[in-house]
Design a protein around this ligand. Structure first.
Ligand code: HEC
Ligand code: HEC
Length: 369
């Protein structure tokens, strides 16, 4: 019986009828019909935490020229940014795998066009590819928070020897030599129409900021549509809060700038000290970022090293870490809450039929969806 605790923490949020305009429509963002509340009359929804509004888009993501976003979109899928001309951002951040890759740990260039869990190659990374949702709201990036801006981040994989290993000068020459790209850069950066590495980063970042997840069932629920979360999902949400999960995976983004050591089992042969590698502080050993729990349904395996194969495995591990007694029923309901209520694929990337370089796109015959 854990009800007394639960009801003590219950918040009855009174939501005004109208759908809160979070101002986060991405390109092609269609919006889920009917996520707004019934006009006028306030609706009460049961929440285990105080109602928090979805954050506003930061200024850098506002009024971005559509041409820049479109350019970023094409670059994201185009293997031209890699040394082997077969590896693109989408190889490891695919819409087929919740913007990740279905692998425990990412596999870089030299592995051919095959993406997904069957990808094998010489460049094996020590970390799991994270999903790319709600990056626009983030203060730090990567599992250890070592990058701050998406512009800065985008160049890391392009030039990392085990990821895309591109040569900056070559990338610029290659892109400028393709008439469609030369034209698209000029349209995207009218104040300085050149093809530059900074413009590549800026376009990729502009595109990445459009991966928003704010139309999940949970969002509809808090906006005054309680019927959009079923009993199991609501129960899972309360148990999630009861177990203290929300202290790090805080609503509405279900993440935070908390770096914690969750005692994730090590993988043989891999040394990864997490935040300690940045700060040099022993107390930071094994600390990683409290990653978002939104849109995780297809991005298995989980944790920084992919050591949890399924969502249930990850949730069970996190429940053990909570130090409170729990049952398999808790595992099940919390998993249902994360997988079903925190999922919004309305802004999911749509793979282009071709890219301006004419190179072949990665292939993922095993996509989970
Ligand atoms: C070989 C696979 C691979 C490729 C290719 C790749 N990434 Fe990643 N990406 C990863 C991995 C692994 C991480 C996590 C690394 C870490 O935290 O140390 C990551 C992290 C990120 C993050 C940070 C996400 C977060 O939650 O902090 C962003 C953003 C990102 N990648 C964007 C890109 C872009 C843009 C490209 C193309 C220029 C790209 N990636 C290419 C594997 C890849
Ligand atoms: C003290 C902060 C903290 C608390 C409390 C916490 N988590 Fe986490 N969670 C993290 C961190 C940090 C990670 C990344 C750990 C790693 O990979 O080493 C994580 C990872 C996860 C992941 C894997 C996500 C992915 O994409 O790989 C899931 C699922 C998860 N947590 C669920 C939960 C649940 C359920 C609870 C409550 C039982 C919970 N967490 C409580 C900090 C926390």
């Amino acid at each position: 019986m854990r009800s007394p605790y639960r009801w003590a923490s219950l918040v009855l949020a009174v939501v005004a009828g109208a759908c809160g305009d979070s101002g986060t429509q991405g390109p092609g963002g269609s919006g889920t019909p009917g996520t707004g509340g019934s006009a006028g009359s306030p609706t009460e929804v049961a929440l285990p935490w105080p109602l928090t509004e979805f954050p506003e888009l930061p200024d850098i993501a506002k009024d971005v020229p559509e041409e820049r976003i479109q350019l970023g979109y094409l670059l994201f899928f185009d293997p031209i940014l890699s040394i082997d001309k077969q590896t693109a951002c989408v190889t490891c951040h695919s819409e087929q795998w919740g913007m990740a890759d279905g692998l425990a740990r990412a596999v870089g260039h030299g592995a051919g066009l095959l993406a997904g869990p069957g990808r094998r190659g010489p460049n094996n990374l020590r970390r799991n590819s994270p999903t790319l949702y709600n990056l626009a709201f983030r203060e730090s990036l990567f599992w250890d928070g070592r990058a701050v801006t998406l512009e800065e981040q985008a160049l890391t994989p392009m030039f990392a020897q085990d990821e895309m290993a591109a040569d900056p000068a070559e990338v610029v020459v290659d892109l400028a030599g393709i008439p469609e790209y030369a034209e698209r850069f000029a349209d995207a950066f009218s104040e300085d129409p050149r093809v530059t590495i900074d413009h590549v980063a800026s376009a990729l970042a502009a595109y990445e900021r459009t991966f928003i997840s704010d139309l999940a069932k949970y969002d509809a629920y808090v906006a005054g549509r309680p019927e959009l979360m079923n009993e199991d999902q609501v129960e899972g949400m309360f148990r999630f809060a009861e177990m203290g999960c929300d202290s790090c995976h805080a609503p509405p983004l279900f993440e935070s700038e908390t770096f914690a050591n969750r005692n994730v089992p090590e993988v043989e042969g891999i040394v990864d000290h997490g935040l300690e590698e940045l700060t040099g502080l022993e107390e930071d050993r094994g600390r990683f970022r409290a990653i978002t729990l939104r849109n995780l349904r297809n991005s298995q395996p989980y944790f920084h090293n992919g050591s949890a194969i399924t969502m249930k495995d990850a949730v069970r591990h996190e429940l053990v870490q909570s130090g409170m007694p729990f049952t398999e029923d808790d595992v099940h309901l919390i998993t249902v809450f994360i997988n079903k209520a925190l999922r919004d694929e309305t802004r999911e990337a749509i793979r282009p039929a071709s890219v301006p370089s004419g190179l072949q796109l990665s292939i993922d015959p095993s996509g989970s969806r």
